[in-house]
Design a protein around this ligand. Structure first.
Ligand code: NAI
Ligand code: OAA
Length: 416
């Protein structure tokens, strides 16, 4: 595996974790290294930029003139952490990632960002639409990983062969006036079909679900995997990273903070009021007036709609989503690579509330979710506590809708 060094994101000083082993497991107090230096912050989770290997003496971004672009993605490593040129050798092994829905608005830039990762040896692009051109285009980028295109149902199984992470942005995006739930009927079928194929061909892979409504498609995916006998709750993730990315951006702007330092946990789900930024848990510690807290919360909750309306019929967020999804992929690969200090927010099976799925910070490891962080839900402001109560009925209904979709299909098949 590609080796990485240094440490990355850190969370609360002494956090209590609910383990993911079954619902109702007792929270386990753990010490979390909050004092670890934030060596890596920013886009990609490219915690150890030193593990990048180059085909030539130029950086994979091209020649020295473009190095500044790559520099901006890199963690702030001390010189002692930088490898010498002689150490810039191909990694013994690295990871394969499949993107299902790779010809789309999210899929294309996401595939590019994944191809730029030093932890990736191959990116498999699958779509029902013609994706071979996208893969050919991408294959000309002189980054070390391969890009391969797969089109149509007959090539789906091959696209999943030997992959470590499967990212699913396949499905329709919403237009002005629609809710994410309005996408359910179309996207539920797409996600079901794709997750069935993942179960058959890559049962051990991490699965990242982007397709909306995430609050329903993730529980749906869990039921599909259960039905196939391969459900591992630690490896199924709803991608809510964009909510964190937005919260970090908006808070930094509002409070004039250095963007790279800001980290806001966002919990709940990924639609409207189910998106709950915990501004009181912002790092670095910062205070908000009640008006500021409400204004920021509402903006973060409506940020998807802000983009949908600005795009005026041309779909929803794609570039920021690709950026956020690439960060989540990179974090997953770092965890798979053995980094013991990787935390992200994600919508996962959880026991930190009475709901079976909930977005919160999770600690990632080689096995997937190692711990769900419950401490973020302690010591909430009144505003946050009320918002948490208010989101639960909607989130519960969305979760049940996703599960019921699979159960109804199973019942229909059984009755034939
Ligand atoms: N989780 C999140 O934070 C976010 C989720 N989304 C969601 O991501 C999804 C995709 O959005 P866009 O990329 O903008 O849409 P898009 O329409 O540009 O791309 C979707 C792609 O999926 C492909 N596709 C459809 N059915 C497929 C199937 N059965 N197998 C493989 N590929 C299939 C299409 O051919 C298309 O290339 C939407 O559901 C959207 O709501 C969007 C932004 C943020
Ligand atoms: O708003 C949408 O439909 C897409 C999405 O999930 C987001 O941008 O957060």
């Amino acid at each position: 595996m590609a080796s990485v060094a240094g440490s990355a994101l850190s969370v609360g000083s002494v956090a209590s974790y609910g383990t993911q082993i079954g619902l109702g497991a007792k929270p386990k107090p753990l010490h979390v290294n909050h004092n670890a230096p934030k060596l890596f912050k920013g886009f990609s989770g490219l915690k150890a930029s030193s593990s990048v290997f180059c085909e030539s003496e130029t950086s994979f971004m091209g020649n020295g003139r473009h190095a500044s672009v790559w520099e901006s993605f890199k963690p702030k490593l001390g010189r002692s952490n930088l490898r010498t040129k002689s150490q810039l050798v191909p990694q013994a092994s690295s990871f394969k990632v499949a993107v299902l829905g790779a010809a789309g608005g999210i899929g294309q830039p996401l595939s590019l960002l994944i191809k730029m990762s030093p932890l990736v040896s191959a990116v498999h692009l699958y779509d029902v639409a013609n994706v071979k051109g996208v893969a050919a285009d991408l294959s000309h980028c002189n980054t070390p990983s391969q890009s391969l295109g797969f089109t149509g149902e007959s090539e789906l199984a091959n696209s999943l062969k030997d992959v470590d992470v499967v990212v699913i942005p396949a499905g329709v995006p919403r237009k002005s006036g629609m809710t994410r739930d309005d996408l359910f009927n179309v996207n539920a079928n797409i996600v079901k079909t794709l997750v069935e194929a993942v179960a058959d061909n890559a049962p051990d892979a991490f699965i990242h679900i982007i397709s909306n409504p995430v609050n329903s498609t993730v529980p749906l995916a869990a039921e599909v995997l259960k039905q196939k006998g391969v459900y591992d709750p630690k490896k199924l993730f709803g991608v809510t990273t964009l909510d964190v990315v937005r919260a970090n951006t908006f808070v930094a702007q509002k409070k004039n903070l250095k963007l790279i330092d800001v980290d806001v946990p966002v919990v709940g789900g990924h639609a409207g009021i189910t998106i709950l930024p915990l501004l009181s848990k912002t790092r670095p510690s910062v205070t908000f007036t009640d008006e500021e807290a409400e204004e920021l919360t509402v903006r973060i909750q409506n940020a998807g709609t802000e983009v949908v309306e600005a795009k005026a019929g041309a779909g929803s967020a794609t570039l920021s989503m690709a950026y956020a999804a690439a960060r989540f992929v990179e974090s997953s690969l770092r965890a798979l690579d053995g980094d013991g200090d990787v935390y992200e927010c994600s919508f996962v099976q959880s026991d930190i509330t009475e709901l079976p799925f909930f977005a919160s910070r999770v600690k990632l490891s080689r096995k997937g979710v190692e711990a769900v962080i419950s401490s973020d839900l302690q010591g909430l402001t009144n505003y946050e506590a009320k918002a948490l109560d208010a989101l639960k009925p909607e989130l519960k209904a969305s979760i049940e809708k996703g599960m019921a979709f699979v159960h109804k299909r199973m019942a229909a098949v059984a009755s034939v």
